[in-house]
Every structure is written in C-alpha cells, then in structure tokens.
Design a binder for this molecule. Structure first.
Ligand code: PEP
Ligand code: MG
Length: 551
C-alpha cells in the first residue's frame, strides 16, 4: 500500500485502475535538431525576418487549435471551460509576450523555437516568483502556450491520450488541453505531482466534476498503469494498492456520494411543496459565512441562521465594525434577493473568548450568554448592530436575537437599536432597518410568546436550547444521551403553542435547531403550520424530498 497526501483541487471519491501517464505518453518529444536544421551555417546568421514569419504562422495555427478546443470545451464543460482556452488565445495576442520572442530572434539571431522556449521560461519564472497562488497558476498557462507554439513550429501533432478503460489519471502535470482531449467518460480522477488548485487544469477538473488532487509528492517511476488506486478528494489523499478493507470502504463512500448527487439532481430547482400543495421555506444554517456556496449549491431558499459568533471566536480581540460589515455584506450579496437571517452574537456557555471579560460560572448554560452578554457589553453589541444595519442595504437581511426570556429584553434591544440608528443618521451613513426576529429557545420565551409576537417580526425556534432547558438536560453532556428525546412531547407542544401565538399576530415561525432536519417530524411541523425549516446545507435536499412526499 502506498499513500500520498496532496492538495485537493476538487472533492469526491474515486477508485479504479491507475493510468500512469509519463511525459512521452503526453508530449511528443521536441526534435533536438529542429532548430539546428533551420539555422544557417555558422558563417551566416539566421534570417530574423524568416524566423518571425515562421513564428507568425505558428501563432495562427496555435490560435486555430485553441479555437477548436474552445468549441469542444463549450460543448463539454460550458462557457467557463471555453474561457480557459480563450484566455490562452489572448496570451497569443499579448504584445509583451510576442515582442519578447521577436526581440530575441532579432538581437540573439536565434531561431524561432529557441526564442519561444526562452521567452516562455522567462515569463513563467517571473510569474512563479510572485509568491501568489493566482500568478503561479498563470505561469503554467505561459508554459502551456509556449509548448503549443513550439509544437506548431516543429509541426508536431498534439496527441490526445487514449484511455482504454475508466482510470485514475496519474501524471507529473497535465495541461488544460491534455485534460480536455481525454475521454471524459473514462476519467475517474486526476492526480498530479505538479499543479496548483487555481490552475486552469484544476478549474477544468472542477467543471467536469471529477475528483482531483494536485501537488502530490509521488515518484512516478514507482507506479504502474493498472495498479489499483483510491482517490479521496475530500481529505486530499491517494492510496495505491489499497487492501480489500479500504477498497470496500471507498466503494461504500462512492455509492453514498452517487446517491447524494442523484438526489441533488432530482430535487434541485423543485419547490418545497407537499402533495396537497402546502409550501414551506427550507433555509440553510451557516457559521461565520464560509458555507454560503454550499448553501447555494444545495438550493437553499435563504439563510435561516447565520451564527455570527463564529466571527468572534479564536481571536484576541473582537472583529471591528468594518470587518463585520464586509462579512455580512458578502453573504448578503452572494444570496441576492434571498432572505438572510443573521443572529447577533450568541457567546457564553460553550463559546467563550477572553476579551469578553466574563467570569467563570458554575453553570455556564444558565449563565451570561447570548443577549445577556450583549447587554453587559453594549459596546460590542452596538458595533455589531451598526455593521448589520449598514450591510442591510446590500440584500434581504433579517436580524435574530438569541436567548430571549422576556418582553422587557426586546424593548431594551429596540432602545439600543434606536441609539445606533441615531448615530448612523448623524454620520450620514447608508443603512436600512431590517426585520427583527427572536429566537424562541427558553421555556420562558415560549410562555410569553403571545406578548413577544406583538413585538417581533418573526420567531425562530432554537430547539437545541429549548430541549436542553425544557428537559433540564445539558446538551453537551454525553452521559445523558439515553435521556435525550429529540421529539419530546413537551418540546413539540411548545413549538405548537409558539406557532399559534405567532400566527395570531400574523408573524412567521421557523425552526433552526437540529430538530428541523428530523424528517420523522416534518409532517408534524407542517401540521402545526411552521413556515420555515432551517438546516445544514447538506440536509436541505433530503428534507425537500420528505416534504414532497407528505400529503
Ligand atoms: C438552538 O439552540 O437550537 C440553536 C439553533 O442555536 P445554537 O445551537 O447555536 O445554540
Ligand atoms: Mg441556541
């Protein structure tokens, strides 16, 4: 068994025979004499004008080849794939690049091939030296283009590698063209020694939805075509000659991935509507903002809970207003006109930070957490509210307040909000006031939900804490797992009561705790009249499937 760890360029699992492609399989060797043949005898110099004419002809041929590749890419991977080859065509129009080649032909009186090779090396070294992932990937583009020009000058054909069976492609490096010219149906995964996650080849692999690893420190001389290989694009590893147990596990994961992908295809774009026509919103729960893409990929109708405290964790000082503003604005812009519910700082209990200056508590879950911290530290709270109100201009924002137990707390929040608005007004800062929602996650909030419903625009039931506080059961205590009943009647009755109270005032109710994803309870939630369910991005489509089965 040989195991290597590299960088994941595209997620996914694959298993199958390796096709180890060596340099000579991919690139016909450059004739050593090609340039020599063209050079004039030593007593005469090469004719620069003649070499430049050859270069111009090679550029035309290369552009034509790239045009065909563009069309192939557009058909097979879409217009973003075609753009890769258009970008290569543009390099062939770049004056800096072409002038550098011509300059060498004229001043060094060298043949076109040597000038192309030298200019290609010069520019790719320059980009590599920039210590920037993006520029490093562009170095590969220049190398690729120069190699294409050399092939055209030598009149060597571009050979696409022919795969005889579905294989894990293992190579030192691959150009986008080499990648595209292979039979896509026979590619299980790409694994390369060189390459960057931002290289065009890696981008192409992502568009083809094929697992890919780059920067894998393999010694190709020790690998053979036909060796069994498992590629784990999630953990960034490849295993050659795995044992039967590993193969079995990989096959199981591949089956699961396939099922997920099939569900995704089947459920994407569909409505969250029951057989009898009742529609319910299905939103995504996210952390600090990093999972927005995942939410969109899984067809989230909006963000039902962004746990903003993730922006505050693992650091020495709290995030400044500008940093928060940008983080919220980014999420809002990415979600377009879809609803984004951002919960204000819910620190305390299991999420702490030294800068909060809180004291050690006997019972942190019953201590200074959520809105209580915000009242103790109005400076932090106001900074966050300022950032949220300013970001609200850029999308469809709602604010959600955690750990509410009484109407007086809501009134206190509104008072602080008024102060923040006044500040922003004075500063003539652009802002809008979003909808104001309350987390229903304490039994107290449930019992006064009739009053709260008159004060808030919407409710979001936090069943994780509501279960903890109702069942007197610490959610982090693994020893109590056997007492934990995720669908306890007490909690369900509370959710029903909250929903009725909210609806009486014409307010919407969602559930954003883990219970929302429990498909055994979906029917019950629908009967209660719940308006939204917010779950982890990967659980959106299974939940949609369940909703669509209910009559
Ligand atoms: C909840 O309590 O159900 C909830 C969604 O909030 P958190 O899990 O972040 O406490
Ligand atoms: Mg909670």
């Amino acid at each position: 068994m040989i195991r290597f760890v590299g960088k994941s360029a595209h997620k996914g699992i694959a298993a199958g025979p390796a096709a180890v492609l060596r340099e000579e399989d991919l690139r016909p060797e450059r004739s050593k004499n090609a340039c020599q043949d063209r050079k004039a005898p030593p007593d005469r110099k090469t004719d620069p004008e003649e070499e430049i004419r050859k270069l111009e002809q090679a550029v035309r041929t290369a552009k034509e080849q790239l045009g065909s590749l563009c069309q192939k890419a557009a058909l097979e991977v879409g217009k973003n794939g075609a753009a890769i080859f258009e970008a290569h065509q543009m390099i062939l129009e770049d004056e800096n690049y072409l002038n550098a080649i011509c300059e060498r032909i004229r001043t060094e009186q060298t043949c076109a091939q040597d000038a192309v090779a030298a200019a290609g090396e010069h520019f790719s070294k320059m980009f590599l030296g920039m210590d920037d992932d993006y520029m490093e990937a562009r170095a590969a583009d220049i190398k690729d283009i120069s190699e294409r020009l050399l092939r055209c000058l030598d009149e060597r054909e571009e050979k696409g590698f022919v795969l005889t069976e579905p294989s894990v492609i293992v190579a030192e490096d691959l150009t986008p063209a080499e990648t595209l010219l292979m039979d896509r149906k026979k590619i299980l995964a790409f694994v390369t020694v060189c390459g960057f996650v931002n290289s065009h080849t890696a981008i192409l692999a992502r568009m083809m939805n094929i697992p890919a690893l780059v920067a894998v420190p393999m010694d190709l001389s020790k690998l053979r075509t036909g060796m069994k290989a498992i590629v784990d694009g999630i953990n960034g590893e490849v295993i050659f000659e795995p044992d039967e147990v590993l193969i079995g596990k990989a096959e199981q994961r591949i089956r699961e991935e396939k099922e997920k992908a099939a569900l995704l295809m089947e459920m994407k774009g569909r409505e969250n509507r029951t057989l009898s026509g009742r529609k319910i919103e299905v939103y995504a729960n996210i952390g600090g903002g990093g999972e927005v893409e995942q939410a969109l990929e899984n067809d989230a109708g909006g963000i039902g809970l962004m746990r903003s405290e993730f922006l505050y964790l693992g650091r020495e000082t709290p995030p400044a207003e500008e940093e928060q503003f940008l983080a919220y604005r980014t999420v809002l812009e990415k979600m377009g006109d879809k609803r984004v519910i951002i919960r204000t700082l819910d620190m305390g209990a299991d999420k702490g930070a030294d800068y909060l200056g809180t004291v050690r508590e006997e019972n942190p879950a019953l201590g200074c957490r959520g809105i209580r911290i915000c009242f103790r530290r109005p400076d932090l709270f106001k900074t966050q509210l300022r950032a949220l109100l300013r970001a609200s201009v850029y999308g469809n924002l709602s604010i959600l307040y955690p750990m509410i137990t009484a109407t007086a707390e809501v009134m206190r929040i509104y008072q602080i909000l008024e102060e923040v608005k006044e500040e922003l007004r004075k500063e003539q800062a652009a802002y809008t006031v979003p909808e104001q929602g309350i987390m229903i996650e304490t039994p107290a909030a449930v019992m006064v939900s009739d009053e709260l419903a008159r004060k808030a625009d919407f409710f979001s039931v936090g069943t994780n804490d509501l279960t903890q506080y109702t069942l007197a059961l610490d959610r982090r205590n693994g020893n109590l797992a056997d007492f934990y009943d995720p669908g306890h009647k007490a909690v369900l009755r509370m959710i029903k009561m909250v929903t009725e109270n909210a609806h009486r005032c014409g307010k919407r109710v969602g559930i954003c705790g883990e219970m929302a994803a429990d498909t055994a309870l979906t029917e019950e939630f629908l009967k209660m009249g719940i308006d939204e369910l917010s779950v982890s991005p990967s659980l959106i489509l299974p939940l949609r499937k369940r909703i669509r089965e209910i009559s």
